[in-house]
Write a protein that binds this ligand. Structure first.
Ligand code: BG6
Length: 288
């Protein structure tokens, strides 16, 4: 089997967005040059694993809502103890709204592979150019590798929005998401909704209200288990995992999300949050 890579303009309603399409056998993935954001992964035709908000936009420097955004070189709000001018810096870092360049592509017998890169001339805390690479490998799984060889203080996350629809036999509604079991988290997390560090007896979770949790030292394999399919997420380079769903009120308050948007996805994110100066290699492999 050989793969194929084509350049395309537009994906879904984002009709002028520069993108790359990767094919390998029946599988297909689409990545945007803007943000190096994977927007679609279909292991089989019509089987969409990722959720993309129909109200997302990439104009006026906006980050695209959905797919797999890249958070770098910090996660969440900028930390004032580490970054100068933290209050004026955007959440989730600086690369979600940059145009990335093609670095390498390969149509192999074993996989289809594309690498995009972005160079930032300076960072708030580093006064020399730094390059970040995102490699996408499509075979019978989709593998995303985020790499920065510079030994600098950096946080990163692969902020995946997984669609509920392919996991469940029933039509998506507010009760469907509550039936999904998330496995492979850890027993200890920071609950960003209550502001409390929290312990639990096992490494599982369900979502039935606003959820924003940062789990310490998750397993190398996490799962989203539905009644029709399970999604397996293998990860490397992480020290945390993030579980996020805004639920009803916050969905309604977000201009780039439909009011019922929260019913359609679970964000399960691979994150490196420690600030020690060292190179970065963060990996997520997704299999349905
Ligand atoms: C999650 C964070 O990773 O991303 C949440 O834990 C945040 O706190 C969410 O609200 C969405 O962030 P953004 O910047 O894409 O709206």
């Amino acid at each position: 089997m050989t793969g194929m890579i084509t350049e395309q303009t537009g994906f879904a309603h984002l009709s002028d967005l520069p993108c790359w399409q990767l094919r390998f056998g029946d599988a297909c993935a689409v990545i945007s040059s803007y943000g190096a954001q994977v927007l679609s992964y279909q292991p089989k035709p019509e089987q969409e694993v990722l959720w993309l908000s129909p109200l997302s936009s990439w104009h006026q420097q906006q980050a695209i809502r959905g797919g797999i955004p890249i958070c770098w070189p910090w996660f969440g709000p900028a930390d004032a103890n580490i970054l100068p001018d933290a209050a004026t810096q955007p959440g989730h870092g600086l690369v979600r709204n940059r145009l990335w360049q093609l670095h390498h592509k390969a149509e192999l017998e074993s996989a289809t592979q594309l690498t995009l890169k972005v160079t930032l001339d300076t960072l708030p805390h580093i006064a020399s150019p730094v390059t970040l690479y995102l490699q996408l490998t499509l075979s019978n799984t989709l593998t995303i590798e985020l790499r920065c060889d510079a030994p600098i203080a950096q946080q990163a996350a692969l902020h995946s929005y997984f669609a509920i629809a392919p996991l469940m036999a029933s039509t998506v509604g507010s009760e469907t998401i509550q039936q999904i079991q998330i496995q492979g988290l850890s027993q200890s997390y920071m609950d960003k909704v209550s502001g409390q560090p929290t312990q639990q007896a096992n490494d599982h979770a369900h979502i039935d209200s606003e959820t924003d949790r940062v789990y310490r030292q998750p397993a190398a394999e996490m799962k989203l288990i539905g009644d029709k399919h399970s999604l397996t997420l293998n990860q490397a380079g992480q020290d945390h995992a993030v579980l996020w769903n805004p639920w009803q009120q916050k969905s309604q308050a977000m201009p780039d999300m439909p009011d019922d948007g929260y019913q359609h996805f679970i964000c399960l994110e691979t994150a490196r949050l420690h600030w020690q100066p060292m190179p970065l290699l963060l990996k997520q492999q997704i299999r349905l």
